[in-house]
Design a protein around this ligand. Structure first.
Ligand code: BTN
Length: 330
């Protein structure tokens, strides 16, 4: 689905988060005041937050920088640009991961990058929904075909976490760390998550969808059903992160594309030390949930293959290839 030209024009006018009167918008765009009302109502159904200021007009809750293909491409490194076969930006998708999963069946192309402004059915780990309101966060998926099968991409999601932390650090954002297996967190609250979906042979070729969701500005109304503790960039920097959006996407791709392209050669061992540097869980008391099973203990970091190490309460070290970690309240 595409936004209409009028919807985009209204958004462009309101993007500065200042108050604009209905008359001003109507004059500039050439549509009626009731059409403006209807356009904004449709956008609010996609999660856009604005207020109607009595007798004054409309005002967005935060500034808006819509994703722009040219702005993102402009700041790509030579290397990243060469590694991307196709870059797509969609206004509305059900899920960027699902979209590329379908596309992978229909095309032989490798290295397709897809962003969306809004996801109606964003997919999170463990079957959860990834809340994806319009225009304020990053929803990114990358289709990449690996030659040596799913076994060769063990640890890829952890390595992708390293690339995301690097990007945030390069933007000057402090206090960011990792929570196994692949949450990007700040102050024990989730800022971003990674969902990798792979399909193919264990040792033949396989196609992979590498999905990342990162909160720039997550309106409280939208987030009320999120069960995990979460945070967005606006609150981390106590300001407005949206002017960074396109630049952030380029910086992210500059980190991610070479990492993905070289992963079969480098493997997770190339990133394990850096992952440990960003690890925020080492020494914490935690509960690991694996299906219906539950393990209490102290986190001892990860092994060289990215498996989680837990010292059980009753003694003995166990490793986990998957599971959900929950910190114990002390
Ligand atoms: C998690 O639960 O931690 C993983 C969240 C991954 C969300 C991203 S948003 C872009 C991509 N498309 C999806 O449907 N999911 C991933």
């Amino acid at each position: 689905m595409l936004l209409s030209i009028n919807q985009k024009a209204v958004l462009t006018l309101l993007a500065d988060a200042q108050c604009h009167s209905g008359t001003e918008i109507a004059d500039k765009i050439g549509i009626s005041q009731s059409a403006i009302f209807n356009q904004l109502k449709k956008l609010s159904e996609l999660g856009l937050v604005y207020t109607t200021v009595t007798d004054r007009g409309y005002q967005l809750a935060t500034t808006l920088q819509l994703l722009s293909q040219s702005a993102i491409e402009k700041k790509l490194t030579e290397e990243a640009r060469h590694l991307i076969a196709e870059l797509e930006i969609h206004d509305v998708l059900d899920s960027t991961n699902r979209y590329l999963m379908d596309k992978a069946q229909k095309t032989k192309k490798n290295s397709v990058v897809c962003f969306a402004e809004y996801q109606s059915a964003g997919k999170g780990r463990g079957g959860r929904e990834w809340i994806s309101p319009f225009g304020s966060n990053i929803y990114l998926s990358i289709l990449w075909r690996f030659q040596q099968g799913v076994r060769a991409i063990n640890g890829l999601s952890l390595a992708v976490g390293v690339a995301v932390v690097r990007t945030l650090k390069d933007c000057g954002i402090k206090g960011i760390g990792l929570k196994w297996p692949n949450d990007i967190i700040c102050d024990k609250k989730k800022l971003a998550g990674i969902l990798i979906e792979a399909s193919g042979e264990s040792d033949g070729s396989c196609h992979t969808i590498i999905g990342l969701g990162l909160n720039f500005y997550l309106p409280k109304q939208q987030a009320q059903h999120i069960t995990q503790e979460w945070v967005d960039l606006n609150s981390i920097i106590s300001g407005d992160a949206s002017p960074l959006r396109n630049q952030f996407c380029s910086m992210l791709l500059n980190q991610l594309m070479p990492l993905i392209a070289n992963f079969e050669r480098d493997a997770f061992k190339h990133y394990v030390d850096e992952w440990r540097e960003y690890d925020t869980m080492q020494g914490d008391e935690a509960v690991i949930y694996q299906g219906k099973k539950k393990y209490n203990g102290i986190i001892k970091g990860i092994d060289d293959d990215g498996l989680l190490l837990l010292m059980k309460e009753q003694g003995g070290l166990i490793t986990f290839a998957s599971g959900e970690v929950s910190f114990r309240q002390t």
